[in-house]
Design a protein around this ligand. Structure first.
Ligand SMILES: Cc1ncc(COP(=O)(O)O)c(C=O)c1O
Length: 429
């Protein structure tokens, strides 16, 4: 019988809005030997990961830990653990991932009130606040940076209004944490979810999240413990007002795997036996967070801003135009209008085949109309920006595009040269 060929991974420069290239030291950490999930050596790594996560998420919340699964597992864990049948949830949506919140909230039993705005724009906070006052939801769920449109929604005023009106604010910050400022506590965000494969530069597979005591209170009220884990003599049946120990139904969280009330017990000294932890992924997250804190959040955000600036300067100097309202541009994603008579997917395929560079297409109404280029995490480097601009120009010329030849890379180099001057406020990696 023939054997499968030896695994071959082609070399790539990944400039999509995720997944992006992993930090080399993260990949090294992930190849460390396995520890049992209750080994004190491993539980110390869990505790240290929580400490780093709080710093990266800019929160004093006690609860900050990853859920196993991709970012949407974290979103689903948060929404299904908080939302009960018939709860009103307001979702201001400005792209594909707002619709994902809608889909998950509906499946969790919510009465969803959707506000939609034109793709390429975001909401005036006052618009959202007026709708909050009208709908009176229990939860406002929003995306911070929507990678499908490359837009970022300001959250500070909405967060303050949520607190004033006693509503919960739950935020998908999958595309922003680690790449641009996300001030969980200062913006009054009650529950926040991110993902590993974007600006954290860890492979896909964990969804770090955090929540405050307002959400913890709901979890404790809905808490149940699997029957097989209840010590003898404690099986009273039904739920106690403080959170059942008994596995009764009632308000019980519908998902077992994504039940935050059980997961928080696993991430507490109680170390409740829930799932078998993906220990190698936790090593990777630990190291990814360590690298971020070593670089420092302000320096990291400056690096992202500088490389974005160089990319944008290069694309515009080439003669390409950007999609969307510049005032709400997401610093970690740049959306480029595909010029008339150019086949977007053919350009992407040639970039990948000839240069090993991956950029992204888009979804729904924007498919075939824009390319999306990510500047995230480890991929967000001067070298990658210059290579991408040079290769992009070559491929576009091959497709017959009319460009200002030679201008793109030069404009980006001007940005880096300017930034390297003494007293300039941002620096390259
Ligand atoms: C803003 C945003 N939210 C959620 C997701 C879903 O993440 P995942 O594919 O990791 O489940 C993505 C993925 O691209 C995203 O960009």
């Amino acid at each position: 019988m023939s054997q499968p060929p030896i695994l071959h991974i082609p070399p790539r420069t990944i400039m999509t809005p995720g997944p992006v290239e992993a930090e080399p030291s993260v990949l090294k950490a992930m190849s460390s030997s396995i520890l049992g999930q209750f080994d004190p050596g491993f539980t110390q790594i869990m505790n240290d990961t929580m400490v780093s996560l709080r710093k990266v998420l800019q929160t004093d919340n006690h609860w900050a830990f990853p859920v196993d699964g991709t970012s949407r597992a974290g979103i689903e864990a948060m929404l299904c653990s908080v939302i009960e049948e018939g709860d009103r949830v307001l979702i201001p949506c400005f792209g594909r991932f707002g619709y994902l919140l809608t889909e998950i909230a509906e499946r969790s039993g919510a009465e969803v009130h959707l506000m939609a705005c034109e793709w390429g724009k975001v909401f005036e906070p006052a618009q959202v606040i007026a709708e909050m006052e009208r709908v009176k939801p229990k939860v406002v769920a929003m995306v911070h940076g929507d990678t499908s449109t490359g837009r970022m929604q300001p959250l500070k005023d909405i967060g303050q209004a949520c607190r004033d009106l006693d509503m919960l604010l739950i935020v998908d910050a999958v595309a922003t944490v680690g790449g641009t400022d996300v001030k969980t506590d200062e913006w009054n965000i009650d529950g926040l979810i991110t993902g590993t494969q974007k600006c954290l530069s860890v492979p896909s597979g964990l969804a770090p999240l955090t929540y405050n005591d307002r959400i913890e209170q709901i979890l404790n009220e809905r808490k149940s413990i699997e029957k097989g884990l209840i010590p003898p003599g404690e099986n009273k049946g039904g739920m106690s007002p403080q959170g059942g120990r008994s596995g009764g139904i009632g308000r019980r969280i519908r998902s077992n795997y994504l039940d935050l009330s059980q997961l928080q017990d696993y991430w507490s000294p109680a170390r409740l036996n829930h799932h078998t932890e993906a220990t190698s992924m936790i090593y990777g997250l630990y190291e990814g967070l360590r690298v971020i804190l070593q670089e420092g959040l302000p320096a990291r955000f400056d690096r992202h801003r500088l490389n974005e600036k160089a990319l944008v300067a290069g694309l515009e100097a080439m003669g390409l135009s950007l999609f969307g309202d510049p005032a709400s541009k997401l610093p970690t994603v740049t959306c480029v209008n595909i010029p008339a008579n150019i086949h977007g997917d053919s350009v992407r395929a040639m970039l990948l085949e000839e240069f090993g560079i991956e950029i992204a297409s888009s979804f729904g109404p924007l498919h075939g109309k824009i390319w999306r280029i990510g500047t995230m995490g480890y991929s967000c480097q001067k070298r990658n920006i210059l290579l991408t601009l040079g290769a992009f120009e070559a491929v576009l010329l091959r497709h017959g595009a009319k460009l200002y030849v030679g201008s793109g890379v030069q404009a980006a180099m001007d940005v880096y040269e300017e930034a390297a001057k003494p007293n300039h406020e941002v620096t390259a990696k």
